[in-house]
Ligand binder design. Structure first.
Ligand code: PEP
Ligand code: MG
Length: 741
């Protein structure tokens, strides 16, 4: 009834203030409330009382609260509803004498949301001390949604400044993947605007909803059935998550309830999505926040089915220089696009650990996330520059900005061409020393870069990525399929598989572990595996089966003591024996190594090395522990220069020990991907590196321009010189010897 009446108010036309007044009156009457008030957003963080029934009318347009101030400000700031039996006793209550709200005790307020942004707050109050029941709160949320539409239609309550749609704008966010991209905006799924909110026929809307849900489930099943097996693992797991959500009873019931309350099917989907977004975005658990994107993706798919616009943007014609832009996006969507045409990715919300971020990194797509409001400002075809190095996005950039970036892009392209030319040439120094340049990978999409990168083998395969993008623990058969695919894709080349390195920042959504104060130094990697060997046993079995009849290289992460290595190796050998016993073919050559990531292990090398087939130095972790300096924290990540005496002495010692015990050593941290750093390591006598794929080109160019013996002498002298500015000295060596950095 209330919704229908509100619709009449909307249709009535006339003065905005009158309509607002009429609205609060109606809501108060139908909810039996003494007070109903609407606060609308003004500017960035103010809320102005714009209409009230029950409070002092003088306060209208005079009472203003900031975001976070008082109960109303709290609702806006946290995008959540508040339901209180005694509002004045709440610590957040801000008393405003001009409103005359003293006698009112019970209070329920809900945010008025538009596309995820708060445009106002709707409040009802009563003098009796009682909690409003859930149905009343939900009804008020529905009314808030209708009100939001009404306000948008009349141009009220919008926070956007008056900016011409094509004006140049810069947005600052967080770069999740390096690189610069220039191109044209392609809005991923242009928003489905829900225009009709109140249904004429509730039963008919219910039927439309059921049929759309049926289609949605069928779509997801079909996608799963036709999924290309070469992407088994990452892509499939994501779709499995969708299937799980599409069958989530709670979600569907809430939409059905909203339809029964008088909304159209589309409005009901939007309404539940808004509430879900508000709830999940408050969560501190980043896994839940990331899952919100999957839910939104599914809601959008459902809306497209309901509005008959099931065609996905990714199926349309893409420009050759597409910069995909979305508020949020699931990883499956990104994989739907033609990779060759995507230059960059811009997301309003993207967390470091979000699946889409992992996939973008694997695909080498520059990505900037955390850009509030950019989608509302952009149109399809707008010019755009994505600077993921700086975390900046220029929308409709002015010509001087375009010129500056074009220059940078030209330089980059020229460099890329140079790298492409040497792709098939060996990484050999001018004095004929062969250097092994391998690449790091973690998803099947990385492996596909092997040819393109110019790398020889895969020196580090981070197996945990398959687990991180999955909705549930991958089964042994699924792991086997991924490892087989990887091995088939590389053919004769070698792949060093690292067993699961989970824990720390590598969170598995479905694996509950206790919160830790220092997760990077906590119960992770082999520590977890040795305490609970079930998981790693399955993994080892899958790896051994996948490499039947061929060479298999396996290493263990975060080994801290020799004993940990021995126990890990014994687990592996036991699995191999077991397979043999059951008549399975085993790898023709099993190479067992370990990562060196913990400084303590450096002082056990004399006992460790005789037992190893190879050693791989993970400088990302080794250096964070060596310098006691968190690698993921911008305040400390780059604080200590690895091109300094302590770290280079450490690395030099490790290399010498490996030479003494004749154990091949390789370096697989990001460090080796920077030409000056790689040159220095060459000078320390390192001859094998595993690098991020995009850095193989620049490092190969450096190698081919260097003279190994001369470098060794010069770097040795520099280390002995006790200079303060080692980095400067190393640059000077590069200059003097004509090493191309
Ligand atoms: C390292 O620590 O250097 C390493 C290669 O492992 P990850 O970056 O996966 O921790
Ligand atoms: Mg590591």
């Amino acid at each position: 009834m209330l919704l229908r009446r509100l619709r009449h108010v909307m249709a009535d036309g006339g003065d905005k203030q009158m309509r607002l007044n009429r609205t609060v009156e109606l809501i108060a009457a139908s909810m039996n409330a003494a007070v109903c008030s609407v606060y609308l957003r003004r500017g960035n963080d103010a809320l102005e009382l714009c209409a009230t029934e029950g409070l002092n009318p003088e306060a209208v347009h005079n009472t203003v609260l900031r975001f976070g101030e008082g109960l109303v400000g709290d609702i806006a700031q946290h995008k959540r509803s508040l339901n209180l039996s005694d509002a004045p006793s709440h610590p957040r209550f801000a008393y405003r004498p001009e409103t005359g709200e003293d006698p009112f005790k019970s209070f329920v307020g809900v945010p008025i949301l538009r596309g995820g942004d708060v445009t106002g707050v709707l409040v009802v109050q009563n003098s009796t001390e009682r909690l409003f029941v859930d149905e009343e709160v939900e009804a008020l949320q529905t009314v808030a949604m209708v009100l939001s539409e009404m306000l948008t239609a009349t141009g009220e309550g919008l926070a956007d400044e008056d900016v011409a749609p094509d004006a140049p704008r810069v947005f600052h966010g967080i770069g999740h993947n390096d690189g610069i991209a220039m191109g044209h905006v392609v809005l991923h799924e242009p928003r489905v605007e829900v225009t009709k909110l109140i249904s004429d026929d509730t039963e008919e809307e219910g039927r439309r909803l059921s049929s759309a849900i049926y289609k949605l489930r069928r779509n997801v099943d079909k996608m799963l059935a036709t999924e290309d097996v070469s992407h088994a693992g990452e892509h499939l797991a994501v779709l499995e998550t969708y299937r799980m959500f599409a069958n989530d009873r709670g979600w569907l019931r809430r939409i059905q309830d909203a339809v029964r309350s008088g909304l159209t099917a589309e409005a009901a989907v939007e309404r539940v999505n808004n509430a879900m977004r508000a709830r999940l975005s408050r969560h501190r658990d980043s896994y839940l926040r990331d899952r919100m994107h999957d839910f939104e993706d599914l809601s959008n798919r459902l809306l497209r089915i309901l509005t008959g616009r099931a065609q996905l943007a990714s199926e349309d014609k893409l420009p050759r220089d597409a910069i995909i832009m979305a508020r949020t996006m699931g990883p499956a969507d990104l994989l739907d696009y033609d990779r060759r045409k995507i230059r960059g990715l811009v997301l309003e919300e993207a967390a470091m650990g979000a699946h889409v971020t992992i996939v973008a990194r694997a695909l080498n797509i520059p990505l900037v996330g955390d850009l509030r409001g950019i989608v509302a400002s952009a149109r399809d075809g707008h010019e755009i520059i994505v600077d993921a190095d700086q975390g900046e996005v220029h929308l409709n950039p002015a010509s001087d900005i375009i010129d500056a970036y074009s220059n940078r892009a030209r330089l980059q392209a020229r460099r890329q061409k140079r790298y492409a030319r040497i792709k098939h040439l060996p990484a050999v120094t001018r004095d004929g020393v062969d250097i092994q340049l391998n690449m790091n990978a973690g998803l099947m999409v990385d492996v596909e870069n092997l040819q393109e990168s110019g790398a020889q083998d895969i020196g580090l395969f981070r197996t945990e990525l398959q687990f991180m993008v999955a909705a549930r623990m991958p089964r042994e058969t699924e792991q086997l399929a991924v490892y087989k695919n990887v091995l088939n894709a590389v053919g004769e080349r070698d792949v060093v598989f690292r067993t699961l390195d989970i824990g720390g920042d590598k969170v598995l959504p479905y694996l509950r572990t206790r919160p830790e104060e220092n997760p990077a130094m906590g119960w992770r990697a082999m520590r977890m595996a040795l305490d609970r060997p079930g998981l790693v046993r399955h993994q080892l079995r899958a790896l051994l089966k996948a490499a039947a009849g061929r060479q298999l290289s396996i290493m263990f992460p975060l080994i801290t003591t020799v004993e940990e290595f021995e126990r890990s190796r014994d687990l592996l050998l036991k699995e191999q024996d077991r397979l043999r016993k059951f008549g399975h073919e085993v790898p023709s050559n099993l190479r067992i190594g370990t990562m060196l990531e913990v400084p303590a292990l450096v002082w056990q090398l004399d006992r460790l090395l005789p037992q190893l087939d190879f050693l791989s130095i993970g400088t990302n972790d080794l250096m964070q522990f060596f310098f006691a300096s968190d690698r993921g924290n911008p305040m400390t990540g780059d604080r200590y220069d690895i091109l300094s005496l302590p770290s280079l002495r450490l690395l030099s010692h490790v290399r010498e020990m490996c030479e003494k015990y004749e154990v091949p050593v390789s370096l697989c941290g990001e460090l080796g991907g920077r030409p000056l750093e790689a040159m220095t390591l060459l000078g320390l006598g390192f001859r094998s590196f595993s690098l991020p794929s995009a850095t193989v080109g620049p490092v190969k160019r450096m190698v081919r321009s260097a003279n190994y013996e001369r470098l060794k002498t010069a770097v040795g002298d520099a280390l002995a010189s006790s200079s303060e500015d080692l980095r400067g000295q190393l640059k000077a060596i590069a200059d003097a010897q004509g090493v191309k950095l």
